[in-house]
Design a binder for this molecule. Structure first.
Ligand SMILES: Nc1nc2c(ncn2[C@@H]2O[C@H](COP(=O)(O)OP(=O)(O)OP(=O)(O)O)[C@@H](O)[C@H]2O)c(=O)[nH]1
Ligand SMILES: [Mg+2]
Ligand SMILES: [Zn+2]
Length: 335
């Protein structure tokens, strides 16, 4: 089975799908009361960079953590040398319970989950309007993952200097997903960053999308003093070059939130997703599920939603959108 990704140590732990979204607390808690709290900023080959107060401390997992992984966005307890001085290495002794866990699998039939980020509360789904071509299937998949994990989605459509946004936006109208459209000129004059920043205020937002869509370009515009490398899109294949190879959390100026730049993905497998959690993102449809059979997928002949919507209780376009999202798991990407 193909395993996605180049950073096997980032969260290379086989985990059981957990339907509740949060992991149980670890039972090796009470020790290390002297430990300091920190935030995982990035993970690179088993070395984690943890922000403690205003110092970046390099740390590794303590043996007692076992196979439990710490990922970007995790709150962790750290002991040892916390000076942040060169060549020091602290130890992470605890990963605090997460408020959210964004997961994906390589494929829908692949039970191997990887955690993309922890504790994010917003998912910016970044899609280029051209170069590379937008792929609505990936947007739908990211939406499902966001709803499943309890993150608020934000659609960010880049490169409107190359192609218009209307067709793509029309197909998301009924979903009511908030969106932003950016282009090259607005990146240059700072107005794109200003508009995006408004949507990020006070939140921890993970940026995801295909390689080359402009995630890092946008993050650089938002956090200008921490420039990361960006990459040209290959003129022949129309694909990005996977320039970013590890996730990195960056604070927005003036303590106004956090952004997490992530490596471009080829796919967003949804093996772990529970349809019942996706419906929660459709509060207008929820009452209609009362008449559903047990463990209804809401995309089957016995589903009560059809009759309920036909009686006029909710907008049929909303049910259509829900079904489209649920069905994205049965279809291959790129269809
Ligand atoms: N025309 C145009 N090009 C853009 C825009 N935003 C980004 N780009 C270009 O798109 C290319 C890819 O940008 P990156 O920011 O590296 O893309 P990424 O999503 O971070 O890619 P990975 O790190 O590989 O996942 C660069 O050449 C950018 O200059 C835009 O609004 N318009
Ligand atoms: Mg990048
Ligand atoms: Zn149903």
């Amino acid at each position: 089975m193909r395993r996605y990704g180049k950073n096997p140590d980032e969260d290379d732990v086989r985990v059981r799908p957990n339907r509740k979204g949060n992991r149980p607390r670890t039972n090796i808690r009470p020790k290390h009361e002297d430990a300091s709290e920190g935030l995982v900023l990035t993970v690179d080959r088993g070395r984690l960079t943890v922000l403690i107060d205003d110092r970046s401390v390099t740390a590794m997992k303590a043996r007692e953590l076992g196979r439990k992984s710490a990922v970007v966005g995790d709150r962790v307890a750290v002991v040892g040398d916390l000076s942040g001085a060169k060549d020091t290495l602290a130890r992470i002794v605890r990963v605090e319970p997460r408020t959210s866990t964004l997961r994906r699998t390589a494929d829908d039939d692949d039970p191997y989950e990887r955690v993309v980020v922890a504790n994010a509360d917003q998912l910016a789904i970044v899609t280029a309007l051209a170069d590379p071509e937008p792929r609505p299937r990936l947007i739908d998949r990211c939406l499902v993952a966001a709803y499943d994990a309890g993150l608020d989605p934000l659609l960010v459509l880049t490169k409107s200097d190359l192609a218009p946004a209307d067709t793509l936006l029309a197909s998301y109208g009924a979903l009511g997903v908030p969106y932003l459209v950016t282009n090259r000129d607005e990146l240059a004059d700072g107005s794109a960053a200003d508009r995006v920043r408004e949507r990020l205020a006070g939140r921890m937002t993970a940026f995801v999308g295909h390689s080359g869509v402009g995630k890092t370009t946008l993050v650089n515009a938002l956090v200008p003093d921490r420039r990361r490398a960006t990459g040209r899109v290959n003129a022949h294949t129309g694909r990005g070059r996977h320039t970013t190879t590890s996730a990195l959390a960056l604070p927005l100026p003036d303590d106004s939130g956090w952004v997490i730049d992530t490596p471009g993905v080829r796919s967003f497998g949804l093996h772990h997703v529970d349809p019942a959690r996706v419906v929660l993102a459709f509060p207008d449809l929820m009452p209609g599920t009362d008449g559903c059979p047990r463990a209804c997928s809401h995309d089957e002949p016995d589903c009560a939603l059809d009759g309920w919507v036909a009686e006029g209780h909710a907008d049929p376009a909303r049910l259509y959108s829900l079904r489209r999202l649920l069905a994205t798991r049965e279809r291959r990407e790129g269809d």
